[in-house]
Design a protein around this ligand. Structure first.
Ligand code: ADP
Ligand code: MG
Length: 271
């Protein structure tokens, strides 16, 4: 399998004229797990949408394996897109299809293969995520963690060079989240050249799986490097994020309540 780095060059992304991320310059290396870390709303999913070509950047470039994806003819882009597997935030499974039908979608949409072969391919990846015995269940019969594992199975069924996971542990309890991390590490072992990108705000997950980290915040890339270098960074925003200090800027508990409201409330509570 050919390895593909992902490179951002002076990349700016946003919606309409509203810029969300400005002048991102970073390389996401192949053959490693990179965690893109940042608080809610900082633009992580937006960045992912651009990597898979769902949105066009406001400026700059994204290179996948040395090719600028937004200057490719659409036919060549579709060719590149085939090598990307995506685990969406909620798993994005189709409710009317069984798990095995869901996981083989990337194959059944494009390849003419006999059903028995498709099923075999589906069972194989369901086995990799520990859900082979649930192959004929429907998504609504599963827990959130199981649905995410099915989403992961579908993301890898076409053996992608780039695997993108949007918040694979969000909404999961700590034990289930740790299992998801273990599963991502096993994918890393199984597919040694794969470029694995995990978007997350989960610090436990960061410590468990990251070999490389890109931190987004304040509309920029604040850090790119190893988890060890991140730990020793003195950047105040990063320190605050890593130590989970609350910091809502303008938020204040100090504004006194209007005494009229306080006394009306007291009368009602005491009545
Ligand atoms: N389709 C959209 N149109 C306009 N603004 C959007 C859209 N999707 C997201 N945003 C805005 O972009 C910012 C980043 O969102 P998002 O990438 O989803 O953040 P994250 O995934 O880091 O939580 C947010 O301020 C959000 O409100
Ligand atoms: Mg998101």
């Amino acid at each position: 399998m050919q390895a593909w780095n992902i490179e951002f060059r002076h990349l700016s992304v946003g919606y309409g004229r509203h810029e969300i991320l400005h002048d991102i310059n970073a390389v996401i290396p192949s053959g490693a797990i990179t965690v893109i870390l940042g608080g809610s709303g900082c633009g992580k999913s937006t960045l992912l949408r651009h990597i898979i070509g769902l949105s066009r950047p406001l400026g700059g470039q994204i290179l996948l394996g040395d090719r600028d994806i937004f200057s490719l003819p659409s036919k060549d882009f579709r060719q590149v897109r085939r090598h990307m597997g995506v685990l969406f935030q909620d798993g994005a499974l189709l409710g009317a299809l069984t798990l095995v039908q869901n996981v083989v979608l990337p194959l059944s949409e494009h390849l003419r293969l006999p059903n028995a072969l498709l099923r075999e391919a589906g069972l194989r990846v369901l086995r990799m995520v520990g859900l082979e015995n649930f192959a004929d269940y429907y998504p609504n019969q599963l827990s959130g963690g199981m649905r995410k594992r099915v989403g992961l199975a579908r993301a890898i069924v076409a053996e992608p060079r780039i695997l993108l996971c949007d918040e694979p542990t969000s909404g999961l309890d700590p034990v289930t989240a740790a299992r998801m991390d273990a599963l991502l590490l096993s994918m890393r072992q199984r597919y040694t050249d794969m470029t694995i990108v995990v978007v997350s705000h989960d610090l436990a997950s960061l410590h468990a799986i990251a070999e490389h980290v890109l931190v987004l915040g304040e509309g920029r890339a604040l850090f790119a490097g190893s988890p060890q270098a991140l730990e020793s960074s003195q950047n105040p925003y990063l320190r605050q994020f890593l130590q989970r200090q609350a910091g809502f800027g303008e938020a204040s508990l100090e504004t006194p309540a209007n005494p009229e409201i306080t006394s009306a409330l007291k009368r009602w509570l005491d009545s």
